[in-house]
Design a protein around this ligand. Structure first.
Ligand code: GLY
Length: 357
């Protein structure tokens, strides 16, 4: 089996039993659990009495993407080293995308790789970050600048954790589910675009959609684990989304990753409509949905150059050309597309006009 095929994604409604079974049936010498201070308090108690975890060494780091850095990576390496971790050790990453990214990278690099297991605790990590083997840290002011493809031995997704999340964090992860729906099929798209976020969360329905969403990502990653081709489909909404996110950080009003992706989806579906014949009615429908539930991102035309400049630094670009993933319809993916500056600005106009900004 290829290393890239190794990851198993298990959606579970009985994490304790399934994790205990995994630990009993997996060979490792030492066991480590990485959490941040939030997941240590809110999530670790849900599994801490599993007998196999009693010998685990707990590592915790501060929460938040700004701590996904070399200093915290070094702190994790330090503990692995002083506690005698080997290539046969197992590191469980219990947390959101920040923890699965940095823990995955610590695992990928320590003694050239020990086993890792991801237990995502946010919707964003469950449907995206924890699945697919991308690991890394931020460096030099750039997101995920250093990293590797290193699939975990397994991913256990337990939607119970979703009950610990606030509305904005649920919506953030949901933007990736909208993206997965758009790049897959009308059957996946229809329920996602009819989920009502004004009502109390229907967790049973959400859980079903999480499973479908993860399956979309798994299918694509299995086909192209190292993003040479079709995995770029997962970048829909992320070229303009990342520039929006980066600008929000620079301007000191940071927005959640998924909220920035929602902005990117609106703009990039507009580019899809202009360049690839994406249907206008679906563009309108998705834009209305995002407008209904997501907070608007306020910017004026003075920010366009700065946003554009940030797009030119995207690591997906080649030969200085901004690389977009666009669609010509639901599930009809067009990777490696380019758009000129005027059209990109027009897509930003479209966002602002649609949101009344
Ligand atoms: N988050 C996009 C990917 O995993 O490729």
């Amino acid at each position: 089996m290829n290393e890239m095929d190794a990851q198993k994604v298990i959606i579970t409604d009985d994490l304790k039993t399934d994790l205990a079974h995994f630990l009993v049936t997996t060979k490792y010498d030492k066991l480590f659990i990485l959490t941040d201070t939030n997941t240590k308090e809110k999530c670790y108690p849900l599994i801490q009495d599993i007998p196999q975890l009693q010998v685990a060494r707990l590592i915790h780091i501060p929460p938040g993407d700004r701590h996904k850095n070399l200093e915290q990576l070094s702190a994790i390496w330090q503990i692995l080293s002083s506690e005698g971790a080997s290539r046969n050790s197992l590191l469980i990453n219990l947390g959101g995308g920040m923890i699965t990214d940095i823990g995955g990278f610590a695992g990928a690099t320590f003694k050239r790789g020990l086993q890792t297991l991801n237990i995502p605790t946010t919707l964003m990590a469950s449907v995206d970050a924890a699945v697919g083997g991308k690991t890394g840290i931020n460096f030099n002011g750039l997101k995920n600048e250093i990293g590797s493809f290193y699939p975990p031995a397994g991913v256990f997704i337990d939607c119970t954790f979703l009950h610990t999340l606030d509305h904005n964090n649920l919506l953030s992860g949901y933007a990736e589910m909208i993206k997965h729906a758009l790049i897959s099929s009308a059957e996946t798209y229809a329920p996602v675009l009819s989920f009502d976020w004004d009502k109390p969360v229907d967790y049973a329905r959400l859980n079903q959609m999480v499973a479908q969403s993860v399956a979309v990502k798994e299918r694509i990653v299995a086909e192209d684990p190292q993003e040479k081709g079709i995995r770029k489909a997962l970048n829909l909404g992320h070229t303009i989304g990342h520039s929006t996110e980066s600008l929000s950080f620079k301007n000191d009003y940071p927005i959640l990753h998924g909220h920035a992706v929602a902005v990117g989806i609106v703009c990039e579906l507009y580019l899809s409509y202009k360049l690839c014949g994406f249907p206008a009615d679906i563009l309108t429908r998705v834009t209305h949905y995002i407008k209904e539930y997501y907070p608007p991102f306020f910017f004026d035309c003075k920010a366009y150059d700065s946003l554009y400049e940030r797009m030119t630094h995207d690591k997906k670009n080649a030969n200085g050309v901004i690389n977009f993933t666009l669609l010509s319809g639901i599930g009809e993916i067009r990777i490696n597309q380019s758009a000129n500056k005027d059209l990109i600005f027009e897509s930003l106009d479209f966002y602002r006009e649609s949101f009344g900004i």
